[in-house]
Every structure is written in structure tokens, then in C-alpha cells.
Ligand binder design. Sequence first.
Ligand code: NAD
Ligand code: IPM
Ligand code: MN
Length: 362
Amino acid sequence: MQTFQIATIPGDGIGPEVVAEGVKVLDAVSALDGSFAFDYTEFPWGCEYYLREGEMMPADGIERLSGFDAIFLGAVGYPGVPDHVSLRDLLLRIRHDFDQYVNVRPVRLLKGAPCPLAGVDAADIDMTFIRENSEGEYAGSGAWLYRGTPREVVIQDGVFSRHGTERIIRYAFELARREGKSVTSISKGNALNYSMVFWDQVFEEVASEYPDVETHSYLVDAASMLMVRDPGRFEVVVTSNLFGDILTDLGAAIAGGMGLAAGANLNPERAFPSMFEPIHGSAPDIAGRGIANPLAMVWSASQLLDHVGQGAWARLVLGAIERVLVDGTCLTPDLGGSASTAEVGDAVVKAIQAMHAEGEIG
Ligand code: NAD
Ligand code: IPM
Ligand code: MN
């Protein structure tokens, strides 16, 4: 029996509510398979911890996470703790210190999921965003001079290294080549005359190594319009940290909503653990009511399964999410239903068990 060591960080707001359902699904899968299991260690870090302890995680937090096979995180951030403290000291710290430089965010309209776009073929919403996740606009470099005086000056640097830019673009090309898809770069060279001109140049250089892969390049403003008007033209998409953050919330909006948007923060070299988390936040407006949609977290669990070498189960879990969506009788309020978070988790488990019994895997 192979046992995967998973660090869970339920975090804030709806984080704990959705992590519980993700764990439920992972356990259902391992029980059906029988050849592997998950062993969880929960870390109670987040905003409540901060208010008690004065820090988002202990000083040796990163070290304590470093031995795990994967990190399963709910959400971080809550009113009462400034976002730039809570996120920088926990979520962004983990992404950065574990060099999780690839943020894979599927924007795929699953069967049965609602789509607000008129005149768009639902099958055309099938993109994989490869968001640069280690530097760029999120590098945390800058200065605040003459603070609080009339001479106040604030500088926030965008940091684009050749190493960082090349590796994320190359990751996108490798993925596209494997899957027979095109790569689209999204940048803003017409205004950001250093960082994005450099990004475009590196994109062209790397593209020349992949003559078999079709490429497109759009400015971020036009790209956001095209994602709504003509999403079918996007397949593998590579973009910077901030643009990827913004465009994947737009992606969520056209592909079923925040409750369905999953993400994986990968260190492809596996020198450090990777982290699996939905792209939504702690949703303070609905936290504690048991109505958060757990499907984004469950999809992230599917990405985790893929990461630990259980690709067939990963696909089955995605299929089970689609079953629950198509069935339509057990959905949370964001998808027009009246089911609770736990009921939707249970429905996914039932769908997994049914698909397994039908011989889809095992
Ligand atoms: P949010 O994603 O938490 O919520 C945006 C809207 O989407 C809200 O109306 C919320 O109710 C809804 N929503 C989100 N997830 C949902 C789900 N699973 N089911 C049903 N509805 C869902 O974004 P926000 O309100 O801008 O941020 C809240 C806090 O979370 C802030 O502190 C922010 O910094 C933080 N945040 C954290 C992460 C993360 O941990 N990865 C991501 C985004 C925001
Ligand atoms: C996300 C979030 C984070 C980000 C925030 C909370 C720092 O919005 O994961 O999309 O911008 O990366
Ligand atoms: Mn975001």
C-alpha cells in the first residue's frame, strides 16, 4: 500500500468547509482503489491563528511542510487581518518558497455547468491557463518613501527574469505539444515597455524551438474581450502572474462560476511539494453557512490525484463532478440549487462509486 502524505491548510472562511469535502472525495477514491491511501496532517494556520499568535504560520512553517507529497489548501484572507499581510505571509509565501512557479488553472465548461455567454458553443470553452506564479508583478519588490508625507512615493516593481520567463513559457509549449494544442501568450508590450516587450521576445524565442506548435499572441485588454466573444480560440494560454490572476476569475465567470474554478501550484521538478487550491477566496459573504460550492476544491483534488500518479482516478473524479452537474438535483445556491456543501460532497462520492461499479476504473 502506497501512502501519500498530505498537508491540509483549511485556512479561512469557506476554506475549512470545502477542504472537508475534498478530503471526503480523496478518501472515497483511495478506499475504492485499495492500493493507495492518504495520510493527512492538518495545519491550523490562517487569520484566526494570526490574531492569536501574531503570525500567519510559525517561523518553521515552510520547513514543516517541506516533507509532504502535496499541500491541500482551502482559502486564506479574512476581514480583520490586512490582506497584504495574510496572503503574503502564508499563501504567497508557500508558492514562492516552494518555487511553485506553474499555476495550472483549467477554464473548461464542464457538462451541465451554466454558461452566461450567448451565441457561444459551450464546447469551445476549454482552455488551460499556465500562469507564471513566482515573480512578475507579485515579486514583492518596491519601496514606500516619505510615507505619510506630502512627498509620498510608492514603487511596485514588476520582476521578469529570463530564467522565470523562459521556464513558464517552455512549460506551456511542452504541454501544448503533448496535447496537440496551440499556445496563446497574453501580454501588454504596447504599454509595459520593459517587462512585456521582454516577455514577447522570450515567447518568440521559445516558440522557434516548437515549430510544430501553433501560436497566438494577444494584448491583455483584447484577450479579455476575446475570452467573452470568442473563447474557442484559446487552448493553452501562458501569461504573467497578475494577468493570470485576473483572467482566471474572468474564466471562472464564463465556465460555471467561482465555485467551479480549480487550480494547482506546481513545482514541476518536484524538489518541493506542490499545492492544490481552488482559485476562489474565503468568501466571507457566505462563510459559516454550509452553502459554499465544494466542486472547485474537488476539481483541485482531481489535480492532486493526477500529480501523485493517479491520472485515471483524476479523470473519473472530473467525470463524477459532471454527473452531479448534469443531474442537477444536488447543487449549491451559486448554481441555482439548495443543497449544502456536505450534500454536494456526498453526491460526488456517490457518483464516483457508481462510475466505479459501472466498471469505468478499478
Ligand atoms: P472570493 O473568491 O472569496 O469571493 C468572490 C465571490 O464569489 C463572493 O460573492 C463569494 O461568495 C463567491 N464564491 C467564491 N467561492 C465560492 C464557492 N466555493 N461557492 C460559492 N460562492 C463562492 O473573493 P473576494 O471576496 O474578493 O475575497 C475574499 C477574501 O479571500 C479576501 O481576503 C481575499 O484576499 C481572499 N482570497 C484568497 C484566495 C486564496 O486563498 N487563494 C483567492 C482569492 C481571494
Ligand atoms: C488567487 C488569489 C491570490 C492571487 C491572492 C489572494 C493573493 O487571488 O489565488 O487567485 O492573486 O494569486
Ligand atoms: Mn485570484
